[in-house]
Design a protein around this ligand. Structure first.
Ligand code: NAD
Ligand code: TYD
Length: 359
């Protein structure tokens, strides 16, 4: 039985990944979820699996080196899927320090733990793998409508978030180059789907629209992101963990480029299409809610991923067209408004007021 150490498993992609893996492999795998439960971590996402004998949650900060080493010494970990991170660009602009601690030093602790547990006299035990879940933002930005990010595109991060993820990727690379450490790096585009925290574009717009609040679009809304349905991403990570040769980097993208304003318009139109006629929230939802606000500092213009390598080498392709994925996502939020209400109480309101300068 393979044992997975999933870091950040209570966050958006991590919890989707744990649910995906449990559904796919059932009792034939074991998952240990290590998460500090920051504002972005929510154990409620994992209710479906929390009572399983092959699932274990540990509240641990990956910056706590002793605890990380002791986990590797206590459990025979086969595969590390490393999601744990501070993940929001806007927060990194305001408070970069925690990004360096978690994203860089936390990653080094995991590499150190895995290396010492997996090392043999002539290399590493068989069947071990460390997957660093990274981002297309390490490539910087595409300045116009042409071209794509390839795995060979030079690293050129711009935000403190992407700089910290690049630093972590380089540490992973250094372990591969120095020790032939069994790692892969995946770099995906913007994910969307159930359980995403409403600081990110799509859930923020859904939540605001349902509450009749303004929809804050940065700049002129013309920046482009390449959207990937989270389940497709989870599948890619599993495929890379299983089949990626040591040291390979894989871009994971949905071929789903959209301007931000198109996304916001689609959210409004889909909500109006999906909400029943008698739902009182319909009255306040309209395109008039769109409000253009001050642009993000250093706002990367366009991200677009070429996922050719993962397709040709490992046979992965995105399966969820955006028109379907956005409906699935909105349907999930409509069915889980109590989830949204619980996480937008308290600290979120302070964040929102400060970020969007609302009274
Ligand atoms: P998220 O912010 O929703 O979740 C992050 C999780 O990490 C949370 O559960 C949080 O509690 C945990 N965490 C934070 N600091 C920790 C620490 N010090 N120790 C232990 N746990 C800690 O993030 P996400 O959107 O699920 O992203 C997961 C990974 O995927 C991140 O590494 C991110 O860089 C990468 N990624 C995300 C996207 C995206 O669109 N969401 C795109 C590309 C790459
Ligand atoms: P985000 O979801 O924060 O992801 P990232 O910055 O990692 O791509 O933002 C996606 C895009 O949406 C980005 O171009 C910034 C923009 N955006 C807004 O216009 N308004 C908002 O309130 C937010 C959160 C993002």
């Amino acid at each position: 039985m393979k044992t997975y150490l999933v870091t950040g498993g209570a966050g958006f992609i991590g919890s989707n990944f744990i649910l995906y893996m449990m559904k796919k492999y059932g009792d034939s795998i074991k998952i240990i979820n290590v998460d500090k439960l920051t504002y972005a971590g929510n154990l409620e996402n994992l209710k479906e699996v929390e009572h399983r004998d092959n699932y274990k949650f540990m509240k641990v900060d990956i910056c706590d080196k002793d605890k990380i080493l002791s986990i590797f010494n206590t459990y025979d970990i086969d595969i590390v899927i490393h999601f744990a991170a501070e993940s929001h660009v806007d927060r990194s602009i305001k408070n970069p320090e925690v990004f360096v601690n978690t994203n860089v030093l936390g990653t080094l602790n995991l590499l150190t733990g895995a290396k010492q547990a997996w090392e043999t006299e002539d290399g590493f035990k068989k069947g071990k793998k460390f997957v660093q879940v990274s981002t297309d933002e390490v490539y910087g930005e595409l300045e116009d409508d042409e071209g794509f990010f390839y795995e060979t595109t030079p690293l050129d991060p711009h935000s403190p978030y992407s700089a910290s993820k690049t630093s972590a990727d380089l540490l992973v690379k250094s372990y591969v180059d120095t020790f032939h450490f069994p790692a892969n790096i995946t770099r995906c585009s913007n994910n969307y789907g159930p359980y995403q925290f409403p600081e990110k574009l799509i859930p923020l717009m859904i939540n605001n629209a349902l509450n009749g609040k303004k929809l804050p679009v940065y700049g002129r809304g013309l920046n482009v992101r390449d959207w990937l349905y989270v389940d497709d991403h989870c599948k890619a990570i599993d495929i890379v963990a299983e089949g990626g040769p040591i040291g390979e980097v894989y871009n994971v993208g949905g071929h789903n480029e959209k301007k931000n304003i198109e996304i916001v318009n689609m959210v409004i139109d889909s909500l109006l299409e999906m909400l029943p006629e008698e739902d009182p929230r319909r009255k306040s939802i309209s395109h008039d809610l769109i409000t253009y606000v001050e642009d993000r500092k250093g706002h990367d213009f366009r991200y677009a991923i070429a996922p050719d390598k993962i397709k040709s080498d490992l046979g992965w392709e995105p399966e969820t067209p955006f028109a379907k994925g956005i409906k699935l996502t909105i349907a999930w939020y409509l069915e889980n408004m109590d989830w949204m209400e619980r996480i937008t109480k308290g600290e979120y309101q302070n964040y929102y007021k400060e970020m969007y300068r609302e009274d």
